[in-house]
Every structure is written in C-alpha cells, then in structure tokens.
Design a protein around this ligand. Structure first.
Ligand SMILES: Nc1ncnc2c1ncn2[C@@H]1O[C@H](COP(=O)(O)OP(=O)(O)OP(=O)(O)O)[C@@H](O)[C@H]1O
Ligand SMILES: [Mg+2]
Length: 236
C-alpha cells in the first residue's frame, strides 16, 4: 500500500515566559492508503497539535511530514494549500464554519476553491447524507453545535479526500447522531479508500480504527494495531 502520511521525529515547542513548553516530543508514525487511525490521550496531550501538523496546517519546530507524496515543509504556503485542497479533508474540533455563508455555501467552498463549478447539487446531497437536507439555507448561528459539526463533515467530504483528519468529530453530538456520523466516516473509508485520522475521547469509536496511537504529554505512549477492528465493531 502506498504511504499517505509519514510523520518523522515531529517536535513542537512554544515559548512560555522564560521557559519553553514541549507540546509534541519526537513523534513518528506512518499511514498507508486506506488505513484508519485513532489518536487518543488526555486533554492537553497534543492531539490537536499533532493533527494540525500532520495536515500541513501548521509548522513543526523540528521533524518532517510527508503527506500524499509531498514533503510539506519544503512547500510554500500556497503550494501547501493546493495539496490540502486536492487531497485532504479536515473536521475541526471547533467547526470553523464561515459565519456569513449558509450551510450549503459552506459545503460548496472547498469545491469552488478547487475550481469546480455547479457543485450545488452535490453539496445538497452531502448535507442530506449528514441529515441536514432541511437546513441548507441556515447560517451557522442558526444551527445547533451538532448541526454545525455535521456541516463541517459534509464540507470535509465534498472533494473526496485521500485522507481525512477529524478532531473529535462526534464530541458534540448525541449518541445516535454520533454513531451515524461514525458510520459515515467508516463508509467513506470502505467505499472510497479515504484514510482516516480521528482524534477522539470515545473508546468505542477508537476501537473501530485499525490502529490506535495514544499520546501522553506529547509523546506516543502506545501504538496499537487492531486487526479487523471495524469488522468486529460492525458485527457486535
Ligand atoms: N499556540 C499555542 N501556544 C502555547 N501553547 C499551546 C498552543 N497551542 C497548544 N498549546 C498547548 O499545547 C498543549 C497541547 O494542546 P492540544 O490542543 O494539542 O491538546 P489536545 O490533546 O488536543 O487536548 P484536548 O483533548 O483538550 O482537545 C496544551 O497544553 C496547550 O496549552
Ligand atoms: Mg484537542
């Protein structure tokens, strides 16, 4: 299987007064096309930071990231944005919808940024698939937290990414909605081969991935392969 993500010796530090805080400490892992990986660990252990660096949203202090064949630290900001637009989907812990655009328009943005036209119908289908067919003309402020998260998920899917990064995708959802979102993520993995990297505090979601990375104080404490885990979970 070809590599979609190769993270090597990634370290991130922040200055804090006269000290330096190490948020990520020499983290390395590789994912192949179609892999599913859960990142778990206590609050503050560096999960969101690792996700952002892996997706090329931020620069490491040291170390390297190879994403979908690109050494992203050697690219300009524009080149990195182009790689993200073509290959990467991102679901943010804090939604990050554009407040002045409707749900439908928010979902259309990544497709339009790639120069695709007439994506309205596709965006409507994406919203229907996350249960929001009747919310297309709502603005983010008119949507509940869970609804905003589902708009974010539809937006992340629209360009059919090779790899999808999701930061607590079900953290704000009730159990039923959360499990239907989980099913959507794993269906995308099964049908389109989209690799998944999911940060979660939810043990049952983590068990559906074929790999679990456990972070503790910025370092990988446990790297666990789970054979056929999603199959076990589906049949349970
Ligand atoms: N820009 C920044 N400047 C300084 N410290 C930061 C910055 N961003 C993150 N940190 C620190 O890095 C640590 C890891 O943060 P991160 O958001 O990656 O944690 P997390 O594992 O995602 O936590 P949670 O489960 O609460 O979302 C935290 O202690 C945080 O305070
Ligand atoms: Mg976080």
């Amino acid at each position: 299987m070809s590599s979609v993500l190769s993270v090597k010796n990634l370290t991130k530090t922040f200055p804090s007064g006269d000290r330096t805080i190490t948020v990520l400490d020499n983290v390395s892992f590789d994912l192949s096309a179609g892999d599913t990986c859960a990142i778990v660990g206590p609050s503050g252990s560096g999960k969101t930071t690792l996700l952002g660096l892996s997706a090329g949203l931020d620069n490491p202090t040291s170390g390297s990231v190879m994403l979908c064949g690109y050494a992203i630290d050697s690219l300009s900001e524009d080149e990195r944005a182009a790689v993200r637009s073509e290959h990467v989907g991102f679901i943010f812990q804090t939604f990050r919808l554009i407040p002045t655009l409707t749900a439908l328009e928010n979902v259309m943005v990544p497709a339009e940024l790639r120069g695709r036209s007439h994506v309205g119908d596709e965006a409507r289908e994406m919203l229907a698939s996350v249960g929001l067919a009747d919310r297309t003309h709502h603005y983010p402020a008119q949507l509940s937290g869970g609804e905003q998260q589902r708009v974010g998920i539809a937006r992340a899917f629209i360009n059919r990414p090779d790899i999808l990064f999701a930061d607590e995708p079900t953290g704000n959802l009730d159990a039923d909605t959360g499990s239907s979102i989980e099913d959507l993520l794993f269906k995308l993995n099964a049908t389109a081969g989209t690799a998944l990297v999911i940060v979660t505090h939810n043990p049952s979601l983590a068990r559906r991935a074929n790999r679990i990375l456990k972070l503790r104080r910025g370092a990988i404490e446990l790297d666990e392969l789970q054979q056929a885990a999603s199959h076990v979970s589906q049949s349970a």
